[in-house]
Design a protein around this ligand. Structure first.
Ligand code: NDP
Length: 278
């Protein structure tokens, strides 16, 4: 490990696809910080050892991506958000202790704040499609912002039902067949499934029941202009794509590791967009 400079990394298996290095390297240069950010490909069975020696390896902290987010939670001292989501994606040392959080929560809300200010001023009913790790972070953010009815639609209903156990009675689990009825009452629609992602089946739903003010957002950002975002734009609905969430979730880690609170700018977005090659 190189001398003296604070270093962080993203740990995943695989990790080649991660765009986190692009974001953090951009900020290191932009703010003139002498630091490093690396990719670390670590097998699930080697993750605990890797985390146990993170400091010895010269790291001040790390991002954690699939499939390690649950293990990262168990191997660190999580904050309320990480505990609530059941997964950690950002680690740092504090008073010698390895702490963790889940910055997907603030990534989601900050992205909406930046693009549709006031989206949460009168929280109505939210429809969340999906019940995986991304959906858990979204739900945590929606509850923080005062949403009291979150309709969760998932192919495996039992997974949506588990979220009611985790987050409480504000979660209402549904089958896909309920979507038209739920859309008519929604003030926010979030796609937190992998449908619409490059190489995955399309997300094909009829948006005609939506009110013209309903905000539509997609966690999928490859491609940037997903079928859902395109369909919502055709109807003139306010839309927010998933790239902003990825950028905003990176902010706090950078601040913890390198001591500068970085900004999500149009220039940073253009750098990552070019990489996605939409
Ligand atoms: P998970 O694997 O945890 O969950 C996947 C979800 O998609 C589940 O609800 C699953 O349903 C559903 N799903 C998958 N295939 C189908 C299908 N063919 N038909 C219906 N439902 C399906 O993934 P994540 O929650 O981690 O990620 C979901 C998406 O969000 C990914 O595209 C990911 O890249 C993106 N994401 C983006 C972020 C950002 O910063 N923009 C942050 C986090 C995630 P079931 O339970 O029935 O299998």
């Amino acid at each position: 490990m190189t001398s003296g400079m604070p270093a962080a990394c993203v740990i995943g298996w695989p990790v080649k696809h991660s765009r986190s290095p692009l974001i953090h390297e951009y900020w290191l240069k932009r703010y003139g910080v002498a630091g490093l950010y690396r990719r670390e490909e670590v097998r699930p069975e080697a993750f605990a050892d890797f985390i146990g020696s993170l400091g010895e390896r010269g790291y001040v902290g790390a991002n954690v991506t699939l499939p390690h987010k649950e293990q990262a939670l168990a191997l660190s001292v999580p904050d309320d958000r990480a505990r609530s989501v059941g997964a950690a994606n950002t680690l740092w040392f504090e008073h010698g202790e390895l702490r963790s959080t889940n910055t997907d929560v603030e990534g989601f809300t900050a992205n909406l704040d930046a693009n549709v200010p006031g989206w949460d001023s009168q929280p109505g009913e939210a429809v969340v499609l999906g019940a995986g790790g991304g959906a858990r972070a979204i739900i945590c953010g929606l509850i923080e912002r005062g949403f009291t009815r979150i309709n969760v639609v998932n192919r495996s209903l039992s997974r949506a039902e588990q979220l009611r156990g985790r987050f409480g009675a504000c979660i209402h689990p549904y089958h896909w067949s309920a979507v038209p009825h739920l859309l008519a009452r929604a003030s926010l629609l979030v796609n937190a499934t992998s449908l619409g992602m490059l190489g995955q089946p399309r997300l094909d739903i009829d948006l005609s029941p939506l009110h013209p003010d309903t905000v539509v957002t997609d966690l999928v950002y490859v491609p940037l202009n997903t079928p859902l975002i395109a369909a919502a734009q055709t109807r003139g609905l306010p839309t927010v794509d998933g790239l902003g969430m990825l950028l905003h979730q990176a902010v706090r880690g950078f601040a913890m590791w390198f001591g500068v609170w970085p900004e999500v700018t149009a220039e940073l977005r253009a750098v990552v967009e070019a990489h996605i090659g939409h």
